[in-house]
Design a protein around this ligand. Sequence first.
Ligand code: UDP
Length: 238
Amino acid sequence: STAPSGRRRVLLKLSGEVFGGGKVGIDPATVRFVAEQIAAVKNTIEVAVVVGGGNFFRGAELSENGMDRRRADYMGMLGTVMNCLALQDFLLQAGVDTRVQSAISMEQVAEPYIPLRAIRHMQKNRVVIFGAGTGLPYFSTDTVAAQRALEIGADEVLMAKSGVDGVYTADPKRDPTAEKYDRLTYDDALLKNIRVMDLTAMTMCKDNDLPMMVFGMEGDGNVTRALRGERIGTTVTV
Ligand code: UDP
């Protein structure tokens, strides 16, 4: 489903962990590092981004500590919007026109989620950042990545990981014999209980034949390389 313009169109998923640099809050140096790598493909690749919020709040964790799950999930979604604004800021500084679209209405800081408009932005060389998840509790931003990618007709979902450069046969930090997969099918991942995304997201990709690449964002230009389509991580397909 390459964009009508013939250009590659991708959906980049950045977890909240990426934004926080492993801590709570925003790590500006890391956000700048990512923004500059997105800027490198300006005018050549259509880029949409879904950002997580785990560096602020995860609904499931808050509810384990006594909060109502639904309200905690809304807090989680609001956290993603702060990440969106940080990324927007550094993209603008890197010379890339950017729009944030939020699934929860907050018109002072973001446009509402309007898929056709998002596509139009990308055609005009703007990066679109999707915030506030689906706007619905009990979902994850992985699921949002799959859903938005399908709705805007992205060719591929790119899952940027921190601290690991793909999908392995076992946890490479614990098992020295662990090997990296270059390729994997969704059925294999499901069967082997490898959670490259959460189950809802994986099922959605599988059912709709949407390919994905899991890659490590550290290292020189890895985000740019992934955006360009280099197979630097693990490719997961039907
Ligand atoms: N969330 C939600 N609905 C959505 C997306 C996210 O309720 O559609 C909430 C949920 O509480 C989640 C939090 O937002 O824990 C942050 O998102 P996520 O955990 O997916 O972020 P990541 O792990 O990618 O940093």
